[in-house]
Design a protein around this ligand. Structure first.
Ligand code: IFM
Length: 432
């Protein structure tokens, strides 16, 4: 059976990227500074001092990248829009050059039969908004709603599938709690308001997108296992699940925060917010990479992660557990009977720098199989996007971790398709 057989008609297969990770051209087209420009240029924050100044130079080479996708045969492309290109200071009239860039990208995709699937926020917040508190401030949620409106006004006639924010848990935890990502704040539990303000921004963006057929937030989800049957480890696993998964899914589908986290959010939640956040219909974007094994700990946080033994690991050291994706999807459906349709908006792996990447082929094959089984078990999964089209700037890890179906030479910026690209191309051709 072909890897793409057995999926429902219309199942979308796509590839995924993000603005700061691929675009470069950080001083062109009127773009303002983002928190990632600031962070990456701060000594010691990224591996080898790498920055996104040039990245894959997609800003200038997007035509070549669209041709790569067309030749691959994908149905859709998930990219992100850099907010500082649209509003250099995070507020006010949209910059025509910023809108113009994404307008041309959308037209180029449509001309090749590829459905544009933009994400409005993939972590590159305008620095000017961070200077006023960033996502710790309610104002940023309001500004996000306005920004979404500007983008919708320009692209809404041609884009029908939208993603509001990417992985709010990762942005909150790494950006505001631990300081390992921009904006580099180390507030630990003081970062919690960032969760609410991002979710509120999502709800306001849904309103601004005014009835677009498919609007979703993309949550990074992980099935959580307790490291042992001990009561303390089981409690630690529940707490971890609460922070990582339920904090961002419960408000969407249950209209409330997990009970143990609600008191920490009481000060920032205002009347009407939960109704703005709650989703009826729409869709959910899920990014899945691996399950997480958790044990009790004594420290600032009551849990710590432990390695998952006995499975292969990616170049990043992440465990490869395709069945975790099936279990995650079925678990979401069990917890939320009103779960809308789901898109796997990211799944993929970093592999050492080589063109014969059988490891990635096996990874994708296994995870697509897990999605197929979840559909057979009743989860309404409508699509699957590989992370990523190209090797790109992997945040604090710089350019070392390579996630691309296509290799990027970061000296010449030449793109070279890998074996995994050819494998997916053949599967898409066979599917027809
Ligand atoms: O590169 C990231 C992406 O920006 C968000 N999800 C996880 C990917 C791999 O770490």
């Amino acid at each position: 059976m072909g890897v793409l057989s057995g999926f429902p008609d219309g199942f979308v297969v796509g590839v995924s990227t993000a603005s700061y990770q691929i675009e470069g051209a950080v001083h062109e087209g009127g773009r303002g500074a983002s928190i990632w420009d600031t962070f990456a240029h701060t000594p010691g924050k990224t591996l080898g001092g790498d920055t996104g100044d040039v990245a894959c130079d997609h800003y200038h080479r997007f035509g070549e990248d669209v041709e790569l996708m067309a030749a691959l045969g994908v149905d859709a492309y998930r990219f992100s829009i850099a907010w500082p290109r649209i509003q250099p200071d995070g507020t006010g009239a949209p910059h025509p050059d910023g809108l113009g860039f994404y307008d041309r990208l959308v037209d180029a995709l449509l001309a090749r039969g590829i459905a544009p699937t933009p994400t409005l926020f993939h972590w590159d917040l305008p620095q000017a908004l961070e200077d006023q508190g960033g996502w710790l401030s309610r104002e940023t949620a309001l500004r996000f709603g306005e920004y979404a409106g500007h983008v919708a006004d320009r692209l809404g006639d041609r884009v029908s599938r939208w993603i509001t924010l990417n992985e709010p848990i990762v942005h909150m935890a790494q950006g505001y709690a631990f300081g390992t990502h921009a904006p580099g704040r180390e507030l630990m539990l003081g970062a919690l308001p960032v969760a609410h303000h991002q979710l509120l921004g999502h709800g306001l963006a849904v309103q601004a997108l005014g009835g677009a057929p498919e609007v979703m937030i993309t949550n990074n989800c992980t099935p959580v296992q307790a490291a042992s049957d001990d009561e303390a480890d089981r409690v630690a696993a529940m707490v971890y699940d609460g922070f990582h998964n339920r904090l961002f899914n419960d408000p969407l589908f249950l209209g409330e925060y997990p009970e143990f986290l609600a008191p920490g959010l009481a000060e920032v939640v205002r009347d009407g917010d939960m109704a703005t956040i709650r989703t009826d219909g729409g869709a959910l974007g899920v990014n899945y990479y691996n399950p997480t094994r958790v044990a009790a700990a004594e420290g600032d946080l009551p849990f710590e992660t432990r390695p998952i033994e006995g499975v292969p690991t990616t170049a990043f050291g992440w465990p490869v557990v395709p069945s975790g994706l099936h279990d995650l999807l079925v678990g979401l459906k069990d917890r939320y009977p009103n779960l809308p349709s789901v898109y796997i908006t990211e799944n993929g792996c970093s592999v050492e720098d080589r063109l014969d990447d059988q490891f990635r082929i096996d990874y994708l094959d296994g995870h697509l199989g897990a999605v197929r089984r979840a559909i057979a078990d009743g989860v309404d999964v409508r699509g699957y996007f590989v992370w990523s089209l190209l090797d790109n700037f992997e945040w604090a890890e710089g350019y070392r971790q390579r996630f691309g179906l296509v290799r990027t030479d970061f000296d010449t910026l030449a793109r070279t398709p890998r074996d995994s690209y050819r494998w997916l191309q053949a599967a898409l051709r066979e599917r027809g």
